[in-house]
Design a protein around this ligand. Structure first.
Ligand code: ATP
Ligand code: MG
Length: 377
């Protein structure tokens, strides 16, 4: 059992590339944490430094109160599962899974018992005598996980372990991993590119960019209250609409003016927070699912010229243009119910809920703070 504490950890590669910049993060014992971010943002580098596979340029990596900066990987009791789950091709599943224990001098009985238990957990019992070449991708993936499990590490570091799997296997393995974590209770960091994995698997999600940790928090908190436009754009697909508008003071009201028919009133609950920005150009961040076909409590209407309709079965994604100054209309994406009646080329009236929306500073891209509208979860 172990917590992880990264203290101002940086990695500068010999060629001068900044892999990771000044990342500080405390992970509790038993926590399941997701790392999410674009390619090259430093996710693997961070994992490799925790595992001891990469030296640390500055800062400290603590695992369970112990400074690991100069501790060899094999002495950290950390197991890493990579995207490319290199199994030994000439060894059976059983031998692959037990290999780590064997190298550590465990007894034959101990190896057999732990391998059987892990195989049972992962549904591999009937495959123990096969060679990796006779397994499907998902089965190989599970063997790689099994190999990590039998070592009984304090920490699991999973670097995109599901990315080679097809959609269905991926969904199954996602659930398996979550169950496994519940069962073993080990501190886990899981790197992914997948929105669903990021939102559903972990206790916390850590969003990285250019080697920096941008935001860490419970998935739904980060989703509801992103700290900047990068997080707002990155988390969720289709992404949050980011619309350049002007905030006007209109007697008692604050209005959001996108020109040419796009005009909203700031909800009462947010007026105080935004009052000082009256007159400023800001970016309105509106999630596609906060736009509805029919009005409901507190929604405000606007006109959308429909440019594309994607019927996904469970919902309909509508992309259209709105407002702007005529020359450069704003593009808006809405997620409507599956029964919504919209066709390409027509103008429809849709209804936006501005309460969960955010305003961002167009220069710094930082969110303009307001009290959260999310209740305690
Ligand atoms: N061995 C290396 N030498 C030099 N630069 C490296 C090395 N490994 C990684 N980098 C650089 O460090 C940065 C972070 O890389 P890293 O592999 O940690 O990204 P990542 O977030 O895991 O990306 P991906 O999602 O593509 O796996 C990148 O800019 C990368 O080019
Ligand atoms: Mg990587």
């Amino acid at each position: 059992m172990a917590s992880i504490d990264l203290r101002s950890v940086s990695k500068i590669y010999p060629n001068g590339a900044h892999g990771v910049r000044d990342v500080s993060l405390e992970i509790e014992n038993g926590e399941f944490v997701i790392f999410l971010g674009p390619s090259g943002c430093g996710k693997s580098t961070t994992l490799r430094m925790i595992a001891g596979l990469e030296s640390i340029s500055s800062g400290d990596v603590m695992i369970g109160e112990r400074n690991m900066n100069r501790v060899a990987p094999r002495d950290r009791n950390v197991a890493v599962v990579f995207q490319s789950y290199a199994l030994y091709p000439h060894m059976s599943v059983r031998a692959n899974m037990g290999f780590g224990l064997k190298m550590r001098g465990a007894s034959t009985q101990e190896i057999a018992a732990k391998t059987e238990t892990a195989a049972g957990m992962l549904g591999l019992t009937h495959l123990l005598d096969r060679k990796p070449s006779a397994l499907s991708g998902g089965q190989r993936q599970r063997v790689a996980l099994g190999r990590a499990i039998v070592r009984e590490p304090d920490v699991f570091l999973l670097d995109e372990p599901l990315s080679n799997l097809d959609a269905q296997l991926r969904a199954e393995m996602r659930l398996e991993l979550v169950k496994l974590h519940r069962r073993l209770g080990r501190t886990t960091i899981h790197v992914t590119h997948d929105q669903v994995e990021a939102m559903t698997m972990g206790d916390r999600i850590c969003i990285m960019r250019d080697g920096q940790l941008i935001q860490a928090g419970r998935p739904l908190d980060v989703y509801a209250d992103p700290v900047n436009m990068f997080v707002a754009r990155f988390l969720a697909s289709p992404a949050m609409n980011l619309l350049p508008i002007t905030l006007h003071d209109n007697n008692d009201n604050l209005t959001l003016d996108g020109g040419d028919g796009l005009r909203f009133t700031v909800p009462d609950r947010h007026r105080a927070a935004y009052a000082s920005k009256a007159g400023a150009n800001v970016i309105l961040g509106l999630r596609p699912e906060d736009i509805y076909e029919q009005p409901r409590g507190g929604t405000q209407p606007f006109q959308l010229r429909v440019a594309a309709v994607e019927a996904l079965g469970a919902e309909i994604i509508v992309v259209g243009t709105v407002g702007g100054d005529g020359e450069k209309p704003l593009e808006v994406t809405a997620r409507l119910g599956r029964h919504a009646q919209v066709s390409v080329g027509e103008a429809v009236t849709l209804h936006a809920d501005l309460l969960p929306a955010h305003l961002f500073d167009p220069l710094t891209e930082a969110v303009i703070p307001r009290p959260s509208v999310r209740g305690p979860a």
